[in-house]
Design a protein around this ligand. Structure first.
Ligand code: SF4
Length: 347
């Protein structure tokens, strides 16, 4: 049967890097993480309304897009052989493999098996597990680590219980529970250690910036790192007509993440307006423009740069997949539309 763990979907970028599909990224961006996604003939059991894999969108396994591109189905053995050939070659720059789950009863045992097979192939790249907390419990996390995984992210996606319930909970005929995801953050940190565990947070699902900052501060206090994503509508989903998150909102959230994660400020240094928008941040006087630059890069596990996964190639990059130029930093700070920051860094 064509199914995980013997078969996986590959992100389109990874498919190109491994030579299954021809092509390369705009501006020569390297895709430094190989993202694998599980495949099941009966599809994903959840119904998150922003996701192309959702039960009521995909209507079976033949679906199709995630972050707006096809994820070609490949044999795991073939994928691992090609990774092994390219590992260590600077032309490819591979740094990490990410084992991504669907919400499926087989998700955890199969993620463990895929991880084991990666190591059996003698591949030494770092391995991340991207887990759905509904089907992944502490015992699975321990097995993932024992099989050779280095890091884990809990894909909570939504910034608050309010948003979570509206986009991936009972309200939308899905079975995920906010409380379970919050619990899984602690389990992930306990098993993998502080900053080897994290959360995926999508900005633009209907949260306020204050809610996003609160979740980031919470995750940081619990020892979890933060991988930020910018919402971009997925064709054919209930949120398919929702606008992408505005650049100014995303830039403010990126700055907040960087400041919190690096212990430069905490939530008390933020001022929000009545709509929960960040209007000022009290940043220490000795932080320079150069130091702020990584705030605008893709965040998450080291080496996971996800080029063009949050916007169309050619538009303004929301997650910059390389170290930003000075001009990119200046335009990113300007785009954040925080008066005091603009005065401080751009004059
Ligand atoms: S940050 Fe990248 S490597 Fe880490 S879990 Fe997320 S997608 Fe996977």
């Amino acid at each position: 049967m064509i199914s995980s763990p013997d078969w996986v979907r590959l992100s389109f970028g990874a498919d190109m890097v491994l030579g299954f599909s021809p092509g390369q990224f705009l501006k020569g961006a390297l895709n430094t993480t190989i993202n694998l996604l599980q495949y099941y003939p009966d599809g994903c059991k959840a119904n998150c309304i922003y996701c192309g894999q959702a039960r009521e969108v995909a209507k079976g396994p033949e679906c199709k897009t995630l972050i707006r591109v096809e994820w070609p189905l490949r044999k795991l053995d073939d994928v691992l052989s090609r990774i092994k050939e390219r590992e260590g070659n600077p032309e490819y720059g591979l740094q990490r493999i990410c084992v991504g789950q669907l919400a499926h009863p087989r998700a955890s045992p199969d993620a463990i098996e895929i991880t084991r097979r990666i190591r059996e192939h003698g591949i030494e790249l770092q391995i991340s597990e991207l887990v759905t907390a509904t089907y992944t419990f502490k015992k699975h996390m321990i097995e993932m680590r024992n099989a050779g995984a280095d890091m884990i992210d809990v894909a909570i996606d939504a910034a608050s219980k309010r948003v979570f319930d509206a986009v991936r909970g009972k309200t939308v005929r899905s079975m995920h529970s906010w409380d379970r995801y919050i619990q899984a953050i602690d389990e992930a940190v306990e098993v993998f250690g502080k900053m080897n565990a994290g959360i995926h947070l999508i900005i633009g699902l209907g949260e306020t910036e204050k809610e996003a900052v609160e979740l980031m501060q919470y995750a940081h206090n619990r020892g979890a790192k933060i991988s930020l994503f910018a919402f971009y509508p997925e064709y054919g989903t209930p949120l398919g007509n929702k606008k992408p998150v505005p650049l100014n909102v995303y830039r403010r959230t990126q700055i907040a993440r960087w400041l919190i994660e690096n212990d430069i400020v905490d939530i008390n240094s933020f001022k929000f307006d009545e709509k929960g928008r960040i209007i000022d941040i009290d940043i220490p006087a000795d932080i320079s423009l150069e130091e702020l630059a990584p705030a605008f890069m893709t965040s998450g596990c080291p080496g996971c740069n996800r080029p063009y996964s949050n916007e169309k190639p050619g538009s303004r990059l929301k997650n910059i997949p390389w170290y930003p130029t000075k001009n990119q930093v200046i335009s990113s700070i300007r785009a954040a539309e925080i008066d005091n920051l603009a005065k401080r860094f751009l004059n």
